[in-house]
Design a protein around this ligand. Structure first.
Ligand SMILES: C[S@@+](CC[C@H](N)C(=O)[O-])C[C@H]1O[C@@H](n2cnc3c(N)ncnc32)[C@H](O)[C@@H]1O
Length: 217
């Protein structure tokens, strides 16, 4: 059995895939449908869709209809499954450091009949891939240094948006959409992205103590 690292919270457990005995089904809404997905202990928010993730899903515009899309820190896959359902012609890269999360996302995509999902470890995404949109409920609790490194790495791979995006799903949903709790530093994170990465950030609606940061390039 793989041991938990003492300083890593449960939902950032990086051990192997869950066993059949550990996996269980929950019913959740994904892109307007009620579906059953598999979850397991050691993966973020295993009982339901996390509140912050729900806020992001409610506020974010429809993703681009094609191209490569990224769910950064996919967990069991609520954002990935939504992206892949809404944009069946796009390729959705579901990235996580947890093999357990990736395995659940893979299983859930199969269960929902979504062949356009590519679950993978960060280093396994081909270097040439750039992203028309990134959706993320990022792992704030890993600490600033890791979080900043992660955002520096992936925001650099955003496809530049048109200066004046056309209205409609292809124009409006590009860029990175991050949900961050206000009391976990959403505003200072937005300032860091602008100052250190030089990317414009719009703080869109905030609800239930969360902010949505929209980053473009
Ligand atoms: C707040 S959870 C969000 C999970 C899922 N997107 C959701 O909304 O339920 C953040 C996820 O980021 C993952 N993570 C932590 N460090 C990471 C890194 N360096 N690169 C990619 N993912 C990471 C964690 O394993 C966790 O699954």
């Amino acid at each position: 059995m793989t041991a938990h690292l003492p300083d890593v919270p449960d939902h950032y457990f990086t051990g192997g895939p869950a066993t059949a005995a550990e996996r269980r089904s929950v019913t959740v809404p994904i892109a307007g449908r009620t579906v059953e997905v598999e979850v397991a202990p050691g993966v973020f928010s295993p009982a339901r869709i996390d509140l912050g993730t729900q806020v992001l899903l409610r506020e974010v515009p429809a993703p681009p209809v094609s191209g490569d899309l990224l769910d950064l820190g996919c967990g069991w896959g609520p954002l990935t499954l939504t992206l892949a359902t809404l944009s069946p012609e796009a390729t959705v890269w579901a990235v996580d450091v947890s093999e357990r999360a990736l395995d659940l996302t893979r299983r859930n995509a199969e269960r929902l009949g979504l062949p356009n999902v590519r679950p993978c470890l960060p280093d396994d995404v081909p270097d040439e891939v750039t992203f028309a949109a990134i959706w993320s409920n990022p792992p704030i609790r890993v600490g600033k240094a890791v979080l900043h490194e992660m955002l520096r790495r992936w925001l650099a791979r955003l496809t530049p948006s048109a200066p004046d995006p056309a209205p409609g799903p292809d124009g409006a949903g590009g860029g990175a959409w991050l949900v961050v709790q206000k009391n976990l530093g959403s505003d200072s994170l937005a300032r860091w992205i602008e100052a250190d990465l030089g990317l414009p950030v719009t703080r869109t609606n905030s609800a239930k103590g969360y902010r949505i940061l929209h980053v473009t390039c």
